[in-house]
Design a protein around this ligand. Structure first.
Ligand SMILES: Cc1cc2nc3c(=O)[nH]c(=O)nc-3n(C[C@H](O)[C@H](O)[C@H](O)COP(=O)(O)OP(=O)(O)OC[C@H]3O[C@@H](n4cnc5c(N)ncnc54)[C@H](O)[C@@H]3O)c2cc1C
Length: 440
């Protein structure tokens, strides 16, 4: 009898992890990736697992939500978590990677796995053979998105997120900008982040310029402000909402002692290392839809960036995802199609690590299906289990993609008073539950 081959659609974060988990369990995989033949609006290479925006996978501190998710993924044998650690760059308490080295590492590992065949073509239909995993991401091709929409019978939602610009380090004026990490959590002695300080006048002039700047025209639902994902708002949207929003958001000066004044600046733009060679830095939290000449004009008014060389400007992108609670179980299996799994952003997850995690569970369960075993859920006390539980159980009408956060975990029996102790208690409970689930 021919061995069963599982099709995984999409060679991104979720799809690569799913394929790897299937292969680890002895299952043959065809991993379909449409790039480079069919491009997306955000990917720029032919590599698998390309990171399209920030090079940070979130906090790696165990008492933070993404740090906990990372710890779980490592225990579950995640290829992408291991690849991220292998290609990490200094970023304080965050796990940031050299994006090219990271995706090259994943591409190499997948290519070297004899049970995985990478097929470079666009999949335009829902796979008829089961089990199968769809992990085509927020920029799933139009044909597949339409097929998924017809298949689920639910209207797909779509909205826009935005990409932050990247500048060359040697174009940053270090007589004005300075290195510092908040709460001294940096790996470099002189601080992992470069901070461009703004005084009160400079800050308000900057915010006013942002609010008045020309943006790319939006069409149809793109104009509907409610469709912006609240966690990824463009800087100009924040500036228009409230002149102080940026100062309490991505431009917080708190904890960033300026060596020239010995004080925190009124506000600051933070730059984070983007490549291992330490030549490129991204503007942290500076997703934007401003026209590119406007970005150059306005971002060069930031002290220290007067002569900044931009290697990439910010831009907007589409995001496609299913209404997960109407479609999926917490096993990530489609309710109406046993053996068909969704993973990653298209399943209603937000964030790199959540995409990796759902890829891991979908791959694991697809392998179980091949072996004739029922799908499994993870304990709800774990961050990954809680995310999947949320997908299956959130209110369908208001459903929005969810990223790792402590708010989705079941409450603690005796919650400690301090936030730090509480988060620590969540993390300890989660890892104990995972341990019990794996080995108990
Ligand atoms: C522009 C942008 C910026 C983002 N910024 C961040 C960020 O800074 N931080 C963060 O945590 N998250 C961010 N996200 C959200 C999300 O975490 C990432 O998109 C993440 O890559 C999602 O992983 P995924 O595996 O679901 O999709 P992807 O990594 O996008 O992988 C999907 C893959 O499927 C392929 N594909 C699509 N359709 C087909 C088809 N029909 N046939 C074959 N292959 C197909 C695509 O080419 C792609 O390689 C961003 C998303 C976008 C789009």
């Amino acid at each position: 009898m021919e061995p069963i081959v599982v099709d995984v659609i999409g060679g991104g974060l979720a799809g690569c992890e799913a394929a790897w988990q299937l292969a680890r369990r002895g299952v043959r995989v065809r991993l379909f990736e449409m790039r480079p033949g069919v491009p997306t609006p955000a990917h720029t290479t032919a590599n698998l697992a390309e990171l399209v925006c920030s090079n940070s996978l979130g906090s790696k501190l165990p008492d933070r939500a993404t740090g906990l998710l990372l710890a779980e993924l490592k225990r579950l044998g995640s290829l992408l978590a291991a690849s991220a650690e292998k290609t990490s760059v200094p970023a304080g308490g965050a796990l940031a990677v050299d994006r090219d080295a990271f995706s090259a590492e994943v591409t190499r590992a997948i290519a070297a796995e004899p049970l995985i065949e990478v097929v470079r073509c666009e999949v335009r239909e829902i796979p008829a053979n089961r089990p199968a995993v769809i992990a085509a991401g927020p920029l799933a091709s139009d044909a597949l998105a339409a097929a998924l929409q017809a298949f689920t019978g639910e209207e797909n939602l779509a909205f826009f997120d935005a990409i932050a610009p990247i500048v060359q380090l040697d174009s940053v004026d270090m007589n004005i900008a300075y290195r510092a990490s908040r709460r001294d959590r940096g790996e470099r002695e002189d601080g992992d982040y470069i901070n461009c300080p703004l005084n009160k006048e400079q800050y308000f002039a900057f915010v006013e310029a942002l609010a008045k700047a020309e943006t790319f025209p939006l069409h149809g639902f793109e104009r509907d402000d409610k469709r912006f994902f609240e966690g990824c708002l463009a800087v100009e949207v924040l500036a228009k909402r409230d002149p102080l929003a940026l100062r309490f958001g991505p431009m917080r000066g708190v904890g960033l002692d300026d060596p020239k004044t010995g004080r925190w600046p009124f506000a600051a733009v933070q730059l984070r290392q983007d490549n291992l060679a330490d030549t490129l830095y991204n503007l942290v939290g500076f997703q934007t839809n401003l026209k590119w000449p406007e970005q150059e004009r306005i971002f060069r008014t930031i002290p220290g960036l007067e002569n900044a060389a931009f290697v990439r400007f910010g831009q907007m992108h589409r995001n496609t995802f299913v209404k997960a609670p109407a479609v999926l179980d917490a096993t990530l299996e489609c309710r109406k199609a046993p053996g068909l799994f969704l993973a990653g952003q298209i399943a209603g997850i937000e964030g790199y690590l959540g995409s990796v995690g759902t890829g891991l569970l979908a791959g694991m369960n697809a392998a179980r299906a091949v072996q004739g075993l029922p799908s499994q859920t993870l304990p709800r006390e774990t961050m990954l289990g809680a995310l999947c539980h949320y997908l299956a159980n959130a209110a369908p009408a208001e459903f929005q993609p969810m990223k790792a956060n402590f708010g989705i975990l079941p409450p603690l029996e005796k919650p400690p008073k301090s936030k730090r102790d509480r988060y620590q208690a969540y993390a300890t409970r989660a890892l104990a539950a995972l341990d019990e689930w794996q080995h108990g």
